[in-house]
Design a protein around this ligand. Structure first.
Ligand code: SAH
Length: 363
């Protein structure tokens, strides 16, 4: 039994069933036994592989995107480049290397890594040693001082906890994790709660009865929108890349991944990655309501093509012909148009100050 499973069982036995959101945030973020606190999950030897770990092209193109947005911001002499959930720091390292083509941009930069896992922050420090720009770590976006900012978040929002609920004949009931008679963790529904109807986003309130609906707390998007669009003196932009859907709808997308395969989300708490689809329509609504302008979403494939990924791949192959097959394989994976392929399942959305106007590759 994992230490976290033991802890969760005792907690449920004494304090009652845990809402799915609390279960998810404990599994991922428990300071001692949480998934991200205890391991580096990336790559072939880990549980899953993210776009920056597939190819340097991903981070490079995002770095060039940020440089172009900085120019659009009027080239402020001081820019905070913020990354949320930077993993191994690979994306930022590639972005900063690509940004060398615009020395004035690099000179303006301070880099802010928002990371809750001390273990991964250590990995990021190793990766970014010698990056040649000032680096700072924070455990929350709110800790980054005000000023012109560009925010990058790849596969960050999918790890933010979701709430789940079901509309039954007796009213809305929250989905919880409880203890089955055999002592195992099991999903259940809490007693009907009249207050829950108001918490369910309007777009999901008319979902068919007995279907699971899920949503994230909008506080994160509202804070992000306020950060980049709340100060007319220093317009900013945030780029969110993640897997998910562009139309809000009912359905349970909570998933566990372990060793590159889907797993039971309750089987090994703290030892499997736990994520859920990002509802991009909900993100867009919340950001717009907070006063930001929303750009996209568009698919990852479309976004990377517009940024010139094909030309970058050709350039890399020309300078390293022995690696041509590996570069083509990485390119195909990032652009994969299949239903579960990264090119189509992953979407890109920007949230920005309306004063910035159209953004590169998005409008
Ligand atoms: N962006 C990286 C890693 C994605 S995995 C990549 O594309 O490879 C999710 C990352 O978010 C991890 O670094 C994890 O530790 C971090 N994380 C998860 N929840 C977080 C939170 N609430 N605040 C800050 N970082 C968080």
């Amino acid at each position: 039994m994992s230490p976290l499973a033991d802890l969760l069982r005792r907690r449920i036995a004494t304090a009652g069933p845990l809402p799915v959101a609390d279960y998810m945030s404990l599994c991922l973020g428990h300071p001692e036994h949480g998934y991200y606190a205890t391991r580096d999950p990336f790559g072939a030897a880990g549980d899953f592989t993210t776009a920056p770990e597939i190819s340097q092209m991903f981070g490079e193109l995002l770095g060039l995107w940020a440089a172009a947005v900085w120019q659009q911001m009027g080239e402020p002499s001081s820019l905070r480049l913020i990354e949320l959930g930077p993993g191994r720091g690979t994306l930022m390292a590639d972005a900063l290397r690509a940004a060398r083509v615009l020395p004035a941009f690099r000179t303006a930069l301070s880099v802010h890594l928002v990371e809750t896992s001390p273990l991964l922050a250590g990995r990021q420090r190793d990766t970014l040693a010698g990056a040649g720009v000032p680096l700072a770590w924070h455990d929350d976006l709110g800790a980054v001082l005000p000023g012109p900012a560009i925010v990058l978040a790849n596969e960050f929002v999918d790890a933010l906890p979701i709430r789940q609920a079901v509309r039954t004949a007796t009213g809305w009931r929250e989905r919880v994790v409880t203890l089955a008679p055999n002592g195992r963790l099991a999903f259940d529904l809490a007693a009907p709660d009249p207050a829950l109807a108001a918490a369910v986003p309007a777009a999901l309130r008319t979902s068919p009865p007995d279907m699971i609906v899920e949503w994230r707390d909008e506080a994160f998007v509202r804070r992000l929108a306020a950060r980049v669009a709340g100060d007319r003196e220093s317009p900013g932009a945030a780029l969110i890349i993640d897997y998910g859907h562009t139309i809000s709808g009912a359905g349970d997308t909570l998933q566990a991944v372990r060793g590159h395969a889907f797993a039971d989300p309750l089987a090994a708490p703290g030892e499997a990655d736990l994520t859920a689809h990002v509802d991009f329509a909900a993100l867009a609504r919340a950001a717009a309501a907070a006063g930001a302008r929303v750009h996209g979403p568009l698919t990852q494939a479309e976004f990377l093509r517009r940024l010139g990924i094909d030309a970058r791949a050709a350039q890399l192959k020309a300078s390293a012909p022995a690696k041509a097959a590996a570069i083509d394989a990485a390119l195909a994976r990032l652009l994969d148009p299949g239903r579960t392929g990264m090119g189509a399942l992953f979407k890109v959305l920007a949230v920005a100050d309306p004063a910035l106007g159209p953004l590169p590759a998005l409008d």
